[in-house]
Unconditional design. Structure first.
Length: 137
């Protein structure tokens, strides 16, 4: 599959990597416990039937306590704007993202595009117990 991009190219470090690194296009200081929006300078055009999932880089999270605020980001096939990442600094010291630093990774996957219809449900053992529906402990 080929994905069109503009700006900074997402780069897979190894041929069989699922994720392609996204790099910062700007330098941004994130205070301890703070969040920041970081531009990647990358735009992609995803085919219909796919989704771009933006995920944290485990090395950045483990080494510096910096990851994505929302865990993952979703890029819909119809979105062609710049990919920005919302980073959170979970450490006790400020962290500076420098232009060119790898800040997240992009994984492109197929996705179902269902039609939602209103209707009744079959009864299940789990029912509508909500959180902890398989047990609270």
């Amino acid at each position: 599959m080929e994905i069109r991009f503009q700006g900074r190219r997402p780069v897979r470090q190894h041929e069989d990597d699922a994720g392609a690194d996204l790099t910062a296009a700007e330098t941004v200081k994130i205070p301890a416990g703070g969040i920041a929006s970081v531009g990647t300078g990358t735009r992609v055009q995803l085919p219909t039937g796919t989704v771009g999932v933006v995920a944290s880089r485990s090395g950045l999270a483990f080494t510096h306590g910096v990851g994505l605020v929302n865990g993952i980001g979703v890029i819909d096939a119809g979105f062609t704007g710049e990919i920005r990442v919302a980073l959170v600094n979970n450490s006790r010291t400020p962290f500076t993202v420098r232009a060119g630093d790898r800040v997240a990774q992009l994984v492109v996957m197929p996705v179902w595009l269902p039609t939602f219809i209103e209707g009744g449900f079959d009864q299940t053992v789990r029912g509508d117990a909500g959180f902890g529906s398989t047990g609270a402990a």
